[in-house]
Design a binder for this molecule. Structure first.
Ligand code: ZN
Length: 293
């Protein structure tokens, strides 16, 4: 029997299995966490709706964003599964928000290692003021850019200015041209709710600066990975959003009227459009009317 005949013969039973799984709802259930290889020694770790990113070098592992104490326990186990016997060298925070940065001490405990936490310098005072033992402030900070070299592999951390938070960094692995960017950008998804802790107009500049990094693949803090075209589409979305709301403000529409009336049909197929697009409109309206944008 040829492989082709074999696959034809087994297809009916596979279809039946999928139908059975769908009928019981099992096919729709996503596991709480999973690790996805992105490039050689570069992995996305997803816990529920949040993504982290870790890399394996000749010297050890670097984990970006522990996510939470629950996530970090699974994260550590996944890193140990992917790279058995490999030490953890450093933890990096993409930014200071607790829903991405909590859990560093869980990683330290599991790896029996007091590794440094690295973040952009503006995260320091904010995290020190929190006094949360599971969200320790960074031990090492930088202002604009930091390059780390471990076991022949470089990891760059870029600060692109205030965007979502004032201390967001983008991690970049030049050897495989993979970037990791959290919250201020995503793959065919509108912005989060009413764009909390976004800084305008600097946010728009940070999207342009992201494209100055020569990445080919990009992992996001939420949703599936993308490429340069994904980021170019995000730039287009925020440009169109800003223009539409500016036009509404010029017509004298209130925030409620703008949120009710403005639609951008080109983005209706994007993730969270129905729920969050009107809230994105509100956020831009508030900014434009407060500052004249
Ligand atoms: Zn955030």
């Amino acid at each position: 029997m040829s492989p082709c005949e074999a696959s034809m013969r087994y297809r009916p039973s596979i279809t039946l299995l999928l139908l059975t799984l769908s009928a019981t709802g099992l096919a729709a259930q996503e596991p709480d966490f999973e690790t996805t290889p992105i490039a050689d020694g570069a992995y996305q770790f997803r816990y529920r709706s949040h993504n982290a990113f870790f890399i394996v070098t000749g010297q050890g592992l670097i984990a970006i964003d522990p996510i939470s104490t629950e996530a970090a326990a699974h994260y550590a186990a996944e890193m140990k599964r992917v790279a058995p016997g490999t030490p953890l060298l450093a933890i990096v925070y993409s930014h200071d928000h607790a829903d991405h940065a909590t859990g560093a001490n869980v990683l330290r405990r599991v790896f029996h290692s007091d590794v440094p936490v690295i973040a952009q310098q503006r995260a320091s005072a904010k995290l020190a003021a929190l006094g949360d033992p599971e969200l320790p402030p960074p031990d090492l900070t930088f202002s604009e850019q930091m390059s780390m070299h471990y076991g022949g592999r470089a990891l760059e951390l870029h600060y692109l200015g205030p965007s979502h938070s004032d201390n967001m960094l983008v991690a970049y692995l030049p050897d495989v041209r993979v970037a990791f960017a959290v919250d201020f950008v995503a793959n065919d998804r509108v912005g989060y709710r009413d764009l909390p802790d976004y800084h305008f107009p600097e946010f728009f500049r940070s999207l342009d600066r992201l494209l100055e990094i020569p990445f080919e693949t990009i992992v996001f803090g939420h949703g599936p990975p993308g490429d340069r075209a994904s980021v170019i589409r995000q730039v287009g979305y925020y440009r169109d959003l800003r223009n539409a709301v500016r036009e509404a403000v010029e017509r004298g529409w209130t925030e409620d009227e703008a949120a009710e009336r403005i639609r951008l049909p080109a983005y209706e197929g994007w993730s969270q459009y129905e729920q969050w697009f009107p809230l994105n409109v509100r956020a831009i309206h508030r900014w434009l009317t407060a500052e004249g944008g």
